[in-house]
Design a binder for this molecule. Structure first.
Ligand SMILES: NC(=O)c1ccc[n+]([C@@H]2O[C@H](COP(=O)([O-])OP(=O)(O)OC[C@H]3O[C@@H](n4cnc5c(N)ncnc54)[C@H](OP(=O)(O)O)[C@@H]3O)[C@@H](O)[C@H]2O)c1
Length: 287
C-alpha cells in the first residue's frame, strides 16, 4: 500500500529525481563553511522555538530507517519482485542497526543530556534522512540489484566491506560513549558532593571537557571519523555501482567536515590552544 502515491514507495521516475537532487546536497552545506551559526549541540542557542535535544534527535533521525524499511517491504511487490536477494537485506540491516542506535538507543537510553536543537537544524536533518533513505531504499528495494546473480562474483568485497562497516560502527559507539562518560563522571561527582553538603545536584547539561581516550588523543571528532569509516565500508558492500551509498558517504563528509572544523575552533576558544594541543579536527595528522 502506498502512503503517498509514487513517492512512498517511489516510482522509478521519482526515485531517479530524488537521487539526482540528492547529489547536490554538498551545495547546501556551503553555508556551514561561511557561517558560524549552527544552533545545535555545543553551539546551540537560546530560542523559544528550540526542540529538546533528546526528542529532536529521536524524531529527526528515525525518519531514515522508517522510510527505508517501509520501501523495502512495499516496493518489491509493486514491482512484481517475489524476493529480494540477501545482499539487499544485508545493506538494509546495516542501515537500520546504525539508525536504531543513533535515533533511539543513544538519545533516549544512553546519553546523559543533549543540547536543544533549533527547528531549522531539525528540519534539515529530517530532510537529509528522508532523501537519503529514499535514495538508498529505491536501489535496495527494486531499482538496483534484484537477483542473487546481481551480487555474484564480489562476495569478497562484500565481506571486507562488512568488516569495515562493523569496525566503523563499533568505533563510533566507543567514542560516543567516551563523551557520555564525561557527563556520567560529572554527575557522579555532583551527586557525591550534593550528598556530603546536603545541596541539590546542578545537572550535567552543557558540561564539556576535552575527550582523550582512543582516537580522541589524535582528533577531536573521532566519532565522526569512525562514522565515515562505517559508511565507506557500507559503500564497499554495495560496490562501485551503488551510487546511493557513495552519495550518502560524500554528503555525510560534506556536512560533518565543516562541523568538526567549527568544533575545533570552539574547543580552542573554550579550553585554549595549548590544551587542545596537536589534535586535529577529524583526520589524524591532516585536518
Ligand atoms: N552533526 C552532524 O552533522 C552529524 C551527521 C551525521 C552523523 N552524526 C553522528 O551523530 C552523532 C552525534 O553527532 P553530534 O554532531 O551531536 O556530535 P557531538 O556534538 O560531538 O555531540 C555528541 C554528544 O556528546 C556530547 N558532547 C559532545 N562533546 C562533548 C564534550 N567535549 N564533553 C562532554 N560531552 C560532549 C553532546 O552534548 P551536547 O548536545 O550538549 O553538546 C552530545 O550529547 C555522532 O556520532 C556523529 O557521528 C552527526
Amino acid at each position: 500500500m502506498a502512503i503517498i502515491q509514487n513517492w512512498l514507495p517511489p516510482s522509478r521516475e521519482n526515485w531517479e529525481t530524488v537521487c539526482f537532487i540528492w547529489q547536490f546536497f554538498p551545495v547546501i552545506t556551503a553555508f556551514q563553511w561561511v557561517l558560524d551559526w549552527y544552533p545545535q549541540g555545543k553551539t546551540s542557542t537560546d530560542s523559544r522555538f528550540n526542540i529538546p535535544g533528546k526528542i529532536g534527535w529521536a524524531t529527526m533521525e528515525s525518519a531514515g530507517f522508517i522510510v527505508l524499511l517501509y520501501n523495502m517491504f512495499t516496493l518489491p511487490s509493486e514491482l512484481g519482485i517475489e524476493e529480494l536477494p540477501w545482499g539487499n537485506w544485508t545493506m538494509a540491516g546495516c542501515f537500520v542497526i546504525h539508525y536504531v542506535y543513533r535515533a533511539l538507543v543513544s538519545p533516549l537510553f544512553l546519553n546523559p543530556s543533549m543540547s536543544p536543537i533549533h527547528p531549522l537544524v531539525w528540519t534539515l536533518a529530517f530532510l537529509f534522512q528522508v532523501f537519503n533513505a529514499t535514495s538508498l531504499s529505491g536501489w535496495l528495494a527494486g531499482y538496483g540489484p534484484t537477483t542473487v546473480n546481481d551480487w555474484a562474483g564480489r562476495y569478497w568485497a562484500m565481506e571486507i566491506g562488512l568488516v569495515v562497516w562493523a569496525w566503523g560502527l563499533l568505533g563510533n559507539i566507543f567514542h560516543d560513549d567516551d563523551l557520555r562518560e564525561i557527563r556520567r563522571a560529572a554527575d557522579r561527582k555532583q551527586r557525591k558532593e550534593a550528598e556530603k553538603l546536603g545541596r541539590p545536584v546542578d545537572g550535567v547539561d552543557k558540561v564539556y571537557m576535552i575527550p582523550k581516550n582512543g582516537l580522541f588523543a589524535l582528533v577531536l571528532y573521532a566519532h565522526y571519523l569512525c562514522e565515515w569509516i562505517e559508511w565507506a565500508g557500507f559503500w564497499m558492500v554495495g560496490g562501485w555501482k551503488c551510487v546511493p551509498a557513495r552519495v550518502f558517504l560524500v554528503n555525510e563528509i560534506t556536512t560533518m567536515l565543516p562541523r568538526a572544523l567549527q568544533g575545533k575552533r570552539w574547543y580552542e576558544k573554550k579550553f585554549g590552544k595549548d590544551k587542545v594541543g596537536s589534535r586535529k579536527a577529524i583526520i589524524p595528522g591532516l585536518v
